[in-house]
Design a protein around this ligand. Structure first.
Ligand SMILES: *Cc1c(COP(=O)(O)O)cnc(C)c1O
Length: 370
């Protein structure tokens, strides 16, 4: 049996006629940039996030950059974030002209640990970027409290967590802004790049809209330095077809996660730590990530047996060569480093079959039985 990390083909087959019709309507209208499809998606995703504005942009990385810039974060400012994330979180901070300052993670949720934040706050700290890793929100209630106490902006990197909740709070509700990615592999994936800023803050919304069109308002009059980063109509049309299915897909992911966890706990509980859904949180399982000390060997064994896995992420940001000049070293963030050494993400997508999951766990058990 072969089990891919992700297979988007079945989803496309189920939506094919609707997608083709939506694409044809964009092509026929010849309105390719910032038209009705983008407007509709912006309104729907803002509503879904319980906020008043959505600003479609070119990708999820630019969405973080735009939100930071719109919130007035720039040169001389420090932004606290997690070292255990995709490069784009740190990259956006540096591109905005600010300096990333890392705080270690909570080893249970893999997210920025609120208890680690305050010791890194200085008089230059202006913002916090929690990343809702693997589909589970960071503790936004605590992070909001800390931010309010120190007068800091919070931008949620929700690239992996559209639809996640903490209690009744949606992504975007407690942050000054939140950012989504519509990269094809994300829970709501386009057929190319795309992203969005969502916010309840009229000023951040207005500035984000200007920044994504070269800082131009009115057209050809530039008062701020923006760039070209727009969600295009083709991608928005695809996303408008997919969005109504998002909650069903999240439920399927959660069901698969529950099944993996029951099988793994039954067969290899002494070798593998299964993901924890923090009490009161709604996890949308962008990834199903286990921890194991023999991670690299296990990954190789699974590969030989037709099971694809991924390591998100093997090297934390504080030790990435590009950020060397910030002066961090190995050992600075032990919990993030441990996760980077032990995390292994198993195949996860809504259309994943029970037999495939059984096969994956069977092979994991076989590996540890040797
Ligand atoms: C995917 C991702 C991004 C970047 O999104 P793109 O659309 O690929 O630019 C940012 N942060 C995290 C945590 C991500 O997973």
């Amino acid at each position: 049996m072969k089990v891919p990390m992700l297979d988007l083909s079945e989803q496309y087959a189920s939506l094919k006629s609707e997608v083709l019709e939506a694409l044809d309507s964009v092509m026929s209208s010849s309105q390719f940039i910032l038209g009705d499809n983008v407007k509709k998606l912006e309104a729907d995703i803002a509503k879904y996030s319980n906020v008043s504005h959505g600003i479609g942009c070119g990708n999820g990385s630019d969405a973080i950059h735009i939100a930071l810039q719109a919130a007035g974060i720039g040169a001389g400012d420090e932004v606290i974030t997690t070292p255990f994330t995709f490069f784009a979180t740190g990259g956006a901070i540096v591109r905005a002209g600010a300096t990333p300052v890392y705080a270690d993670i909570d080893p249970v949720s893999f997210n920025l640990d609120p208890n680690e934040i305050e010791k890194h706050i200085t008089d230059r700290t202006k913002a916090i970027i929690p990343v809702h890793l693997y589909g589970q929100m960071a503790d936004m209630v605590r992070i909001r409290e800390i931010a309010d106490k120190h007068n800091l902006i919070v931008v949620e990197d929700a690239a992996q967590a559209i639809g996640a909740k903490q209690g009744d709070y949606t992504v975007g509700q407690l942050g000054d802004a939140a950012t989504y990615s519509f990269f094809p592999t994300k829970n709501l994936g386009a057929y190319g790049d795309g992203g969005m800023v969502v916010t309840n803050n009229d000023d951040i919304a207005e500035k984000s809209r200007v920044i994504r069109v070269h800082g131009s308002k009115p057209k050809y009059y530039h008062s701020v330095l923006g760039y070209n980063s727009r969600l295009d109509e083709i991608q928005a049309a695809v996303l408008n077809v997919k969005f109504p299915h998002l909650d069903t897909w999240s439920e399927q992911r959660r069901k698969h996660a529950e099944f993996y966890t029951s099988l793994l706990n039954e067969k290899v509980s002494e070798h593998v730590q299964t993901p924890v859904i923090v009490e009161g949180f709604y996890h949308v399982f962008h990834q199903y990530t286990i921890l194991t000390e023999r991670r690299d060997e296990l990954q190789a064994y699974l590969k030989e047996n037709g099971v694809a896995t991924m390591i998100y992420y093997p090297l934390p940001l504080h030790v990435q060569p590009v950020f060397e000049s910030l002066g961090y070293k190995e050992g600075d963030y032990p919990k993030a480093e441990k996760a980077a050494n032990q995390a292994l993400s198993l195949p996860m997508f809504p259309e994943l079959k029970e037999e495939q999951q059984q096969y994956v766990v069977e092979k994991i058990a076989e590996f540890f039985a040797k």
